[in-house]
Unconditional design. Structure first.
Length: 348
């Protein structure tokens, strides 16, 4: 699975659909999602049957979303009206019932589940979910049992978060290309070493001091964002295939040093790491093209006077002090560096 990100076109609470426009949007390479926030928009009219006809016609780039339903519990029996759905999002919901209706959806390719008061901790045991290629699931109050991942043979993209048990079952997902761990604290990450096809790893929120359980790997994109207590990145060289590194909101991280050489790293973004005073070894990054440093304790003069890779063409350095940043920007332009935004950012 590639990391090509598609634009989402949302059709919100429609009374009727425009099939011509939908086809045009899909042909243009977009995701098109029809979404409803309350039963009053779909209960008494055959709009879901219209959606299902389109679900049968198109692939997983056309999907259906139910969200909000404030003060109500979403009735998953509603899903029986869209049996051909391939991309389904049930998120930003407080409650839902009759979740066993998911067992009747035999064509599911992509599923997003975000139900805060999800009562079924074994919801991943529903047989039809084993054919999923994309799954985003975040638990709320109930501890989610992940042991069923041992039978998810086709999963390529997984975003999992909240209260979970048996996280190491993720290690059975041999085809996994993308993994995001969201608000999961302290559970060891040894299982990642079994994911030989993993190219994209995101660690968001939760708490851990380091990621030293991860051994040499082929991961190309790594993001560590707002992980409480994280302070040690000395292990970064084991990410030998890394092309893109993003570190954000890590207030306890004091130093990043690249040693030994990282031959693939092209893009480095460091944001809101207020305790970070040292960034060294940049000369060990022979293909680094883009560098962003925002809201850190790094001294600009010390930074700019170190040896930088010849490949570096775009630099952004911001302290969020207006006058200082104006001077820094002028210095970077004088040295021949382009603004970060002037280059294609890939994912936007």
């Amino acid at each position: 699975m590639s990391m090509k990100w598609k634009r989402k076109i949302l059709i919100d609470n429609p009374a009727a659909l425009d099939p011509v426009q939908i086809e045009q949007d899909l042909r243009s390479g977009n995701h098109v999602i029809v979404q409803f926030s309350h039963p009053s928009y779909y209960e008494s009219i055959p709009i879901l049957e219209e959606v299902d006809e389109l679900c049968a016609r198109y692939d997983e780039n056309f999907g259906m979303r139910f969200y909000a339903h404030y003060s109500l519990s979403f009735d998953c029996d509603t899903l029986l009206r869209i049996p051909h759905v391939k991309m389904l999002l049930l998120n930003s919901l407080t409650r839902a019932h009759n979740t066993e209706a998911l067992a009747k959806l035999g064509t599911l390719h992509s599923l997003s589940l975000g139900i805060y008061e999800q009562e079924n901790s074994d919801i991943l045991g529903i047989g039809t979910l084993r054919s999923l290629r994309i799954l985003n699931i975040v638990s709320g109050k109930k501890i989610l049992n992940l042991q069923y991942f041992k039978e998810f043979y086709h999963l390529e993209h997984l975003h999992v978060g909240g209260k979970v048990k048996n996280l190491d079952a993720v290690g059975h997902l041999e085809d996994l290309n993308y993994l995001a761990l969201d608000s999961i604290s302290k559970i060891p990450l040894h299982f990642i070493n079994r994911l030989r096809k993993l190219k994209n790893l995101r660690i968001l929120l939760g708490g851990r001091e380091h990621i030293q359980e991860i051994e040499e790997n082929e991961i190309e994109n790594l993001e560590i964002i707002r992980v409480r207590g994280f302070h040690d990145l000395t292990h970064i060289a084991v990410f030998r295939a890394l092309k893109r590194l993003v570190i954000e909101d890590q207030i306890q991280l004091q130093e990043i040093s690249f040693d030994p050489k990282m031959k693939a790293l092209e893009e480095l973004s460091i944001r809101n790491c207020k305790g970070l005073t040292r960034l060294t070894g940049l000369e060990k990054l022979p293909v680094l093209r883009k560098l962003r440093i925002r809201k850190t304790a790094i001294d600009f003069d010390s930074f700019i006077n170190q040896k930088l890779p010849c490949s570096l063409s775009a630099v952004e350095f911001e302290t969020f002090k207006s006058k200082v940043d104006q001077d820094i920007q002028q210095s970077l332009l004088t040295l021949g560096f382009q603004p970060w935004s002037s280059l294609d950012e890939g994912r936007g």
